[in-house]
Design a protein around this ligand. Structure first.
Ligand code: HEM
Length: 312
């Protein structure tokens, strides 16, 4: 058998453009979204044994956030059974930055970039019908078992009724590094203080295509929305390089801070619009793992960012 050359970030972005079309000047993926701002306050006593990051200083850290729907369709209905995103840029003192670019699923649908590429290609609309070919999607699923866990999660969890009523996961394994240079493998999640409130099966059928943006803007006008940042502490042998595999529920979980979102606004012209939420923008004390998906994201986001900044 001939060796297959690994798919490149350029090819993946091209495939996204072919499947979803291009919205000029906009993100190639997670195109539909809304901007928000707020702050993060870490809990130094809880975090310091694992990470020396300034994120956990206990000072108020300004945050520029973006909530989104997965995929390159700017008109994707808010009832779509697809992932929702929460992207955070933490503005640390002295110009330092930390990014977290998360989804509302605990695991991802691809262990390798090739699976993501094949998923996007399988979803390409059939020129004859304008709709994806269900046979192609079936064949993709059968040949890519690493896509099954996230698909099962999305099938069994209705999408959220509001961005504030959703949990978000970092999904990848990251490294926390403390003052003594000790490295700990971690995963993180943001747990909503307002609780998780998925759309009911009834609401899923009757809700309009656009409600998430306006609901968020109105809700945070009434009262700020908060999430606890919870870090799961890995132990030797926990999978580092595969975002489709969950860790054992038995792992220790610690609360390391609280995110508060205090205002939200349409993305046009707002602060989040021109940010590239590259997940590899990290502060000292937090580092990437060997996860091939995590490391592939950075160049793919750079391509999309460069295109939209030059109004392509
Ligand atoms: C091979 C895997 C992946 C590829 C190729 C990919 C590609 C992209 C691209 C091209 C963008 C638009 C970037 C921009 O123009 O700023 C994007 C946005 C996004 N991605 Fe991914 N992605 C991948 C995996 C993931 C994973 C694993 C997560 C979550 C853990 C994720 C969460 C997001 C979110 C939340 C956004 C929107 C960020 C924003 O609001 O600006 N993606 N992705």
């Amino acid at each position: 058998e001939e060796a297959k050359t690994a798919v490149t970030p350029e090819q993946v972005v091209q495939a996204i453009e072919k499947t979803f079309g291009v919205t000029q000047g906009e993100r190639r993926n997670h195109t539909k979204g809304v901007c928000a701002v707020g702050e993060f306050v870490g809990i130094p006593t809880a975090a310091a044994p694992y990470s020396r990051s300034a994120l956990f200083s206990g000072e108020k850290i300004p945050v520029v956030a973006r909530f989104s729907l997965a995929g390159g369709n700017p008109n994707a209905p808010d009832t779509a059974r697809s992932p929702r995103g929460m992207a955070l840029e933490f503005k640390l003192s002295q110009g330092g930055l930390q990014h977290m670019t998360m989804l509302n699923t605990p695991i991802f649908g691809a262990a390798q970039p090739q699976t993501f590429f094949d998923a996007i290609q399988a979803a390409q609309p059939d020129p004859a019908t304008g709709k994806p070919d269900s046979e192609k999607i079936k064949a993709f699923k059968a040949s890519h078992p690493d896509s099954a866990a996230q698909a099962a999660y999305l099938a069994s969890h209705n999408p959220p009724s509001s961005y504030v009523n959703s949990a978000y996961w970092g999904i990848h394994t990251f490294k926390f590094i403390n003052q003594a240079e000790k490295t700990t493998l971690v995963r993180w999640q943001f747990v909503p203080e307002a609780g998780e409130k998925p759309l009911s099966d009834e609401a899923l059928k009757s809700s309009p295509a656009n409600f998430l943006e306006q609901t968020l803007i109105e809700q945070v006008k009434q009262a700020p929305a908060r999430w606890d940042m919870i870090v799961t502490i890995g132990v030797a042998g926990d999978v580092e390089d595969n975002p489709t595999v969950a860790w054992s529920d038995e792992r220790e979980k610690i609360k390391v801070g609280t995110l508060t979102i205090s205002s939200a606004m349409a993305q046009k012209g707002a602060d989040c619009e021109k940010i590239n939420y590259d997940p590899l923008v990290m502060s000292d004390g937090i580092a990437a793992s060997s996860d091939p998906i995590l490391n592939f994201r950075s160049p793919a986001y750079a391509i999309s960012f460069a295109k939209r900044l030059s109004n392509q």
